[in-house]
Design a protein around this ligand. Structure first.
Ligand SMILES: [Zn+2]
Length: 184
């Protein structure tokens, strides 16, 4: 996925080729490029084909995206912060079929919110846990899952100035889908 290079260019951000990740501070040698490789590799150890592990996939995708908003489209912030909010604050047991439901609701939501931008926390202030910590500081699947949960919780916290937006989206999303009686 080379889209991230295009998104960075569109956002006027120069991607550094060496050193620590310029966005999250991960202890890399090739910056964001290596940070993304580690993330895309999926850290190993965790069997994501098992349903009970799907949650960790959502948490890591949300955490990584929100630590690196400069390499994504702006509405991705709404999606990933709201999903994280639904999982962490509303105890929703997220599954793969819920993601398109949230995307569909956001399509409706954004019609009247074209000027709504979520302002990310400053670079390097989006949580202290990064991809390299998860890869290097954990030994087995259980450790990795625990650290991914902490990572997502920390990143969510750093986006506190946008929590009111995530809460509004989460409440209306739950309200619209309560007849399904399956999200909580
Ligand atoms: Zn990074």
């Amino acid at each position: 996925m080379q889209d991230y290079i295009d998104f960075a260019a569109k956002n006027g951000v120069l991607l550094l080729k060496s050193g620590a990740c310029q966005f999250c501070g991960a202890n890399t040698k090739r910056g964001i490029h290596e940070c993304l490789e580690i993330f895309n590799f999926g850290f190993g150890e965790i069997d994501f084909s098992k349903k009970e592990n799907h949650m960790y996939k959502f948490l890591m995708v949300d955490a990584h995206t929100l630590q690196h908003p400069e390499i994504h489209g702006r509405w991705n912030n709404h999606f990933h912060l709201s999903r994280l909010h639904l999982i962490l604050k509303h105890d929703v047991k997220w599954s793969y079929r819920h993601s398109p439901m949230l995307s569909n609701y956001l399509k409706v939501y954004k019609i009247d919110k074209q000027n709504e931008y979520l302002i990310p926390p400053e670079v390097l202030k989006r949580g202290t846990i990064t991809t390299t910590d998860i890869l290097k500081n954990t030994k087995n699947a259980s450790d990795r899952k625990a650290l991914i949960f902490e990572w997502a919780t920390e990143v969510h916290r750093t986006w506190h100035s946008s929590h009111h937006v995530a809460e509004t989206i989460a409440k209306e999303f739950l309200n619209r889908n309560k007849s399904l009686n399956e999200l909580i």
